[in-house]
Design a protein around this ligand. Structure first.
Ligand SMILES: Cc1cc2nc3c(=O)[nH]c(=O)nc-3n(C[C@H](O)[C@H](O)[C@H](O)COP(=O)(O)O)c2cc1C
Length: 254
């Protein structure tokens, strides 16, 4: 089991470096680990037919590792250019191209990743305006194309003048370090998602039938189509509300 830390900040010893170090130091001792600073590499796109040994070296490092930990600051409300450039240049290594130009996951399929980012704005402002959202979304988009599975994300807002990682974030780093230290199955969350879906449907069906019972005091539900239509409409409204709330909560980073 090997974990590769990838620092994509302008600063070798900045806040993202500390956040990444906090994760790496808590990784289980039986895991092999390595951290690279992307600015140490001259990362440029491969100009065919010329070779690009830097991309080959980085690709080998990615291949040797089971889990990648990306630490990239948020710049201009986006992913740092350092990591974006790395992703752009690595595209031919991340994906295979079909004849029509579509892509399918390449040789890194089913590896795992964890994303870290930080920003100056406060926790509240980040929660409300989602300053770091694009950073995570870009990483997720690229990793999804490469077939690499997400383990989690850590956000550190309010970094202006910050010298040390706050205790609560250190605990989160330690928690994720433990999580990435264990060997993963291909997609660990499929079963969990089906169980969640089952319970969501069970609770919503119960709520819908409860509401129908209330309505039946005023409108008769004896007719099959009235029963069916009212069930569908109530179920749909409840589902929309729950999905909206869950999506909002899930995508707000603190
Ligand atoms: C070019 C640049 C753009 C930035 N843009 C933003 C921004 O849009 N919003 C924000 O909250 N912080 C912004 N920041 C602040 C960084 O996100 C913050 O300094 C980060 O925590 C730095 O991490 P580091 O110490 O690893 O470099 C920016 C910093 C730089 C250098």
């Amino acid at each position: 089991m090997k974990i590769l830390g990838i620092l994509a900040s302008h600063q070798r010893e900045g806040i993202n470096a500390k956040l990444l170090a906090e994760v790496m130091k808590n990784v289980d001792s039986d895991c092999e680990q390595e951290t690279i600073f992307l600015e140490d590499y001259e990362i440029t796109p491969r100009k065919y037919p010329e070779e690009n040994p830097v991309l080959d070296e980085l690709s080998n490092k990615l291949m040797e590792a089971d889990v990648w930990v990306f630490a990239a600051p948020t710049y201009w409300r986006e992913l740092s250019g350092v990591l974006k450039n790395f992703f752009d240049c690595m595209r031919p290594k991340f994906v295979y191209f079909k004849e029509n130009g579509d892509t399918i996951p390449g040789p890194f399929k089913n590896k795992h990743y964890l994303s870290l980012t930080s920003c100056y704005v406060s926790t509240t402002e980040n929660f409300l305006t989602g300053v770091t959202d694009e950073s995570f979304k870009t990483i997720d988009r690229v990793m999804s194309a490469a077939g690499v599975i997400k383990t989690g994300e850590i956000v550190l807002p309010g970094t202006f003048g910050m010298k040390e990682i706050p205790e609560n974030k250190k605990k989160i780093c330690a928690k994720y370090a433990k999580k990435i230290s264990t060997k993963k199955r291909k997609d660990d969350s499929t079963l969990k998602r089906y169980i969640q879906l089952f319970f969501m449907i069970a609770v919503m069906a119960l709520a819908t039938m409860g509401i129908q019972l209330g309505i039946s005091q005023f409108i008769s539900m004896d007719n099959f189509w009235v029963n069916y239509l009212s069930f569908t409409i109530i179920f749909f409204v409840l589902l929309s509300c729950i999905l909206h709330i869950v999506t909002f909560k899930k995508h707000r980073r603190r």
